[in-house]
Design a protein around this ligand. Structure first.
Ligand code: IMP
Ligand code: MG
Length: 183
């Protein structure tokens, strides 16, 4: 069996880096939502599940968790900007405070479309906690209230993020060697 580390060009964030930054984000969220009585944290499976799991454990207040499964229409390599909801959240968000936990923002199309969709359901508020913001020029603007780190425009894996469904279980975040997806 081949070691996953051999496919990583460079480690960007270690377990310690991630723990520290997510703790800071959680502390800020705890503070910002202190006067809110109802908080629902939503993530999009599968990539953001690990980040969300770590983030909610750093938020020191009652909250609920829910999940969505979406796919973007069009070809696989690029977001089309229209999401197809394959599994929706289980409850109504009308009048509720919603915080979306997302793993990575590339073109921004997925998140933009998701926010547009959820906003139509009349939530009291809707904000985004984003772990990684990819520095790419092709971005649809979406305001993220909380951002973990900026990352270069490279293929990123680990901590929930995959290439062909692999590497999600890496405890750190790294850049995948191009030869892995070019071969
Ligand atoms: P966007 O619609 O182009 O912003 O794409 C966002 C989604 O694509 C993320 O939620 C990820 O699931 C996936 N994605 C974008 N960039 C990467 C990457 O570098 N590695 C792994 N998944 C990525
Ligand atoms: Mg995703």
């Amino acid at each position: 069996m081949q070691a996953m580390r051999d496919d990583i060009e460079r480690v960007l964030f270690t377990q310690e880096d991630l723990h520290k930054r997510i703790a800071e984000m959680g502390a800020q969220i705890t503070k910002d939502y202190k006067d809110v009585d109802d908080l629902l944290v939503v993530s999009v499976l599968r990539g953001a599940a690990i980040f969300m799991g770590d983030l909610v454990r750093q938020i020191d207040r009652p909250l609920e968790m829910d999940y969505m499964v979406v796919s973007s229409y069009g070809n696989d390599s690029k977001s089309s900007g229209v999401i197809n909801i394959k599994k929706d959240i289980s409850s109504s968000i009308k009048g509720r405070h919603v915080l979306i936990a997302e793993d990575i923002l590339d073109s921004g199309l997925t998140l933009h479309s998701l926010v547009e969709n959820l906003s139509k359901r009349d939530p009291a508020s809707i904000d985004i906690a984003l772990l990684l913001n990819k520095k790419t020029p092709r971005k649809v603007h979406t305001d993220c209230r909380y951002v973990g780190f900026d990352v270069p425009d490279k293929f990123i894996v680990g901590f929930g993020m995959d290439y062909a469904e692999k590497y999600r279980n890496l405890p750190y975040i790294g850049i995948l060697k191009p030869e892995v997806y070019e071969s």
